[in-house]
Design a protein around this ligand. Structure first.
Ligand SMILES: [Zn+2]
Length: 111
């Protein structure tokens, strides 16, 4: 399977890792420099910010897992094979979505 896709995955992994690093440092609840405020409004804002950051970080981590899985398959074999029907995943599909685990037929079916 193409080097271009591997490059794309490696670039995405780097970008995800960078984003995760940023989110970690921007989490208001993890920021030791934050001013502790006693007003309810501030507490709510911080809590909401925290929830959103947690959700985003979870999503980034999930994508990172998928990218790593795809890279592992490129190295060990089995990349581009549909997990459901074991058929080959369309190359154009992989170029658009390098972490695709299902072929277009199975993906459409499961929706
Ligand atoms: Zn399939």
């Amino acid at each position: 399977m193409g080097e271009a896709i591997k490059k794309k995955l490696l670039a995405e992994r780097k970008s995800l890792q960078n984003q995760l690093a940023v989110y970690k440092s921007e989490d208001p609840l993890l920021d030791p420099e934050q001013n502790i405020s006693n007003t309810i409004d501030d507490v709510i804002t911080v809590a909401e910010g925290h929830d959103r950051i947690v959700a985003t970080r979870l999503e980034l981590k999930q994508r990172l897992v998928e990218v790593n899985e795809a890279l592992r398959k490129i190295e060990e074999g089995g990349y581009g094979v549909c997990e459901k029907c074991q058929g080959k995943i369309n190359k154009e599909r992989l170029e658009v979505l390098p972490t695709a685990k299902l072929c277009l037929g199975c993906e459409t079916e499961s929706n």
